[in-house]
Design a protein around this ligand. Structure first.
Ligand code: UDP
Ligand code: MG
Length: 335
């Protein structure tokens, strides 16, 4: 049964010219070993998604595809970010594969975990999550912020798998279900668990980046966490309501207290309390408007229903009509 499995590895790449040749070689070795053991079909491919890189990434991918049909490549029309690049890759290869594994180009995720993922797939799992065992190779700072991120997400009501990034296997059924999640504010780690179906986890140790540098600096990480929370849960709005209620109760008490002081003739200068409450309430109101504005902004983006990515070119030896560029890009334009 498993020798029939057509597996596509989907690798998003943004300015990855330093790591790409090395990663391509390592992934290919893994794939050929799996083919030799009849774990996967010979039609299986390694599909690189060029996310509008400004360096030689796409040239390297094209060269790889020319050299060896095991490689396939998708070129996005411009930089759409990691999440959209993964989505574009998965949706483009969906018609050609039985299962797809998404994985970063820097091979920080252990390629050997693929074996265990395929075993779980053979046992009937539709989705297999790659979960990091520990974060010893990360810097202290990255570890604390990243684990804090998962905890905070949970607190805010977004169901994410602890320490699972975007290294996962999805079979055709899961990919079909996933295609119906058409939101523009994409947060894969939150959406995939919503699909349900049969799923399991595979544990591995995360390594250091092969070369090049992280495309996720602190600022982007915060933006990512914020995107995750606001696109998955309305918990912040509930917090504001509770805060508002609490403050109203306190104001009631203060009102009674000041009236009491007034009628007993103990009037105070009042400047301090006035100025403090003015600033406090002003700040809270602004914060509340800001958070609500964030959701309104998200609604604005969703109602526009803009395509989430555009495939400019798709090179793949399994494609029925080679050079079918235009229909390919229209069909897979992310709608
Ligand atoms: N990436 C992408 N588009 C972007 C930023 C990143 O496709 O706009 C890819 C990048 O090439 C890599 C993966 O997303 O394969 C994860 O990025 P990185 O390794 O820099 O993140 P980190 O592992 O440091 O969180
Ligand atoms: Mg990385």
């Amino acid at each position: 049964m498993s020798a029939e499995t057509v597996l596509y590895m989907v690798i998003p790449c943004y300015n990855e010219q330093e790591v790409l040749p090395d990663s391509a070689e390592k992934i290919k070795n893994k794939m050929t070993a799996l083919m030799a053991r009849k774990k996967i079909s010979k039609k299986s491919k390694i599909c690189f998604v060029n996310d509008g890189s400004r360096d030689r990434t796409w040239e390297i991918i094209q060269e790889l595809c020319r050299r060896d049909p095991i490689y396939s490549g998708i070129c996005l029309a411009h930089n759409e970010g990691h999440q959209n690049a993964v989505l574009a890759g998965l949706m483009t290869v969906k018609p050609y594969c039985d299962a797809a594994i998404s994985m970063d180009a820097d091979l920080q995720d252990d390629i050997n975990a693929v074996d265990a993922m395929l075993d779980k797939y053979d046992e009937g799992c539709n989705i297999v999550y790659g979960v990091r065992d520990n974060r010893e190779t990360d810097t202290f700072f990255k570890r604390v912020t990243a684990e804090g991120f998962y905890r905070f997400m949970k607190l805010m009501g977004a169901e994410v798998i602890f320490n699972h990034a975007d290294f996962r296997l999805m079979d055709r059924r899961a990919l079909d279900a996933f295609a119906d999640y058409t939101e523009v504010n994409l947060f894969l780690r939150g959406i995939v668990p919503m699909i349900g179906l049969r799923h399991d986890c595979v544990y591995y140790q995360r390594k250091e980046r092969l070369a090049g540098e992280s495309k996720y600096p602190l600022k982007k990480m915060f933006a990512f966490a914020w995107q995750g929370i606001t696109s998955l849960s309305s918990e912040p709005i509930k917090c504001i309501v509770n805060l508002g209620l609490g403050i109203s109760v306190i104001s009631g008490i203060v009102l009674i207290w000041s009236l009491f002081r007034y009628f007993t003739g103990q009037t105070i200068a009042g400047w301090t309390s006035l100025i403090i409450s003015l600033w406090l309430l002003g700040g809270l109101v602004l914060l509340a408007i800001g958070i609500i504005g964030e959701y309104v902004g998200k609604i604005y983006l969703e109602v526009k229903r803009r395509p989430r990515y555009l495939v400019e070119e798709f090179i793949d030896a399994n494609q029925k009509q080679a050079g079918d560029m235009l229909t390919g890009s229209l069909k897979h334009s992310g709608k």
